[in-house]
Design a protein around this ligand. Structure first.
Ligand code: PLP
Length: 404
């Protein structure tokens, strides 16, 4: 017998550090786009564990590969060779155009590695004063001291200051501000092609052009933080490609292991040439289990027509959301690309999240007033329609509450 929600809560409240505000639901099983709670109730999961389970839950191919790998060899450390790191890296290189990969264990670590590699590049080039970063207001790159230093929101930062100095934040709506901020002291610009935690805000073409121009003018490196946007979420392998950006470094995480923790910093050849043994490392990074999962995920992304499917499903998703935005006065804006969508509402988005969950649909609140949706890339039109019908009812309930 699995424990009840109340039992799990009681145990966690005594022993798990209280860094998360969990919703009152206990999941015990998953199958494709559905999660099941301890009472056997099914939920349509339009969040995929925050963009991680991009083939849905319990994908048979991924599960088989993980079981096979776990019963063969999981981990040997980076002191030795194993056959899978090179294979996973080769696939990432083919998708991104950057030749080298450093493997780590999360998106934050991927960002951290990119920030370090950018500094190492200039250090090797003996431009040792070139240590500054330019980042974007409203962006999110993680919570370690380095990643937090390039994340602007004071709510995340303030309790942990002082952070790394020399970071300038510019407005994503002001390309001229970016051009003025990037100088010959800037090691790197870091920006998400679509801000995820910041409320699903796609970068404008003008801002992307300004990044390219600033990099061309000053030689500054661009770090594309693709932790949330990468690996097919938008219908492109990476969203920098849609904007014509030319990163020297890319941070990857979330979907890469389909649920097995793995992150990656992708590095251009000219940066790779400036990095040497001992510059960076991590015990788990790129172990056999994580790499085997990543190889399955990457092969699933490139074989068949998954990216086309994401674009087609994404268009249908957009049409359904547009109809909801037109119908419900509480919705103020719809944003996003492919299967990465946000609905901005007039009220706290938690109200929509709760109404949806009570009706068997999982969506997420981000940036207070945004309902974020990151469904599995494989979601069928029928399941998406069923989810939109539930969201319609949830928004209707919130509309009524807002008027009362
Ligand atoms: C764009 C971006 N970068 C970095 C991170 C941090 O990744 P992780 O939570 O895996 O450490 C996130 C997480 O949401 C993210 O969205």
């Amino acid at each position: 017998m699995s424990p009840t929600l109340d039992e799990v809560r009681a145990l966690e409240s005594q022993h798990v550090l209280g860094t998360y505000k969990r919703q009152p639901v206990l999941f015990v099983r998953g199958d494709g786009v559905r999660l099941f709670d301890a009472d056997g109730k099914a939920y349509l999961d339009l969040l995929s564990g925050i963009g991680v389970a991009s083939r849905g839950h319990n994908d048979p191919e991924l599960t088989r590969a993980i079981i096979d790998q776990a019963s063969t060899l999981m981990h040997v450390s980076n002191l030795y060779y194993h056959p899978l790191q090179g294979e996973a890296a080769q696939r990432l290189s083919a998708l991104s155009g950057l030749s080298r990969t450093f493997f780590c264990n999360s998106g934050t670590e991927a960002v951290e590695a990119c920030l370090k590699f950018a500094r190492r590049y200039w250090f090797t080039k003996q431009d040792t004063g070139r240590t500054r970063y330019v980042s974007v207001k409203g962006g999110f790159s993680g919570r370690t001291m380095g990643a937090l230093s390039v994340t602007s929101d004071p709510h995340y930062r303030e309790p942990f200051e002082p952070l790394i100095p020399g970071v300038t934040f510019v407005s994503a709506s002001d390309p001229a501000e970016l051009l003025a901020a990037v100088t010959d002291k800037t090691a790197a610009i870091i920006a998400e092609p679509i801000q995820g935690e910041g409320g699903i805000r796609p970068m404008s073409q003008a801002f992307a052009d300004a990044i390219n121009e600033a990099c061309r003018r000053t030689g500054t490196l661009y770090i594309a933080d693709e932790v949330q946007t990468g690996l097919g979420r938008t219908g492109f392998p990476f969203y920098f490609q849609a904007l014509g950006l030319q990163p020297d470094l890319i941070s990857v995480g979330k979907a890469l292991g389909g649920g097995v923790p793995i992150g990656a910093a992708l590095v251009s050849e000219r940066v790779a040439e400036t990095i040497f043994p001992g510059d960076h490392g991590t015990t788990y990074g790129g172990n056999l289990l994580a790499c085997r999962a990543a190889i399955v995920v990457l092969d699933q992304l490139t074989s068949g027509n998954l990216l086309d499917q994401v674009r087609t499903t994404g268009e249908h998703f957009e049409q359904r959301l547009q109809a909801l935005a037109a119908k419900h006065p509480v919705v103020t804006e719809l944003r996003g690309v492919g299967l990465m969508r946000g609905l901005e509402v007039k009220v706290d988005a938690a109200l929509v999240v709760d109404e949806a969950r009570n009706r068997g649909l999982l969506v997420n609140r981000t940036n207070e007033k945004v309902v974020r949706m990151l469904p599995p890339l494989t979601i069928s039109i029928a399941d998406l329609d069923a989810a939109m019908d539930i969201l319609d009812a949830a928004l209707g309930a919130v509309d009524q509450g807002a008027q009362a």
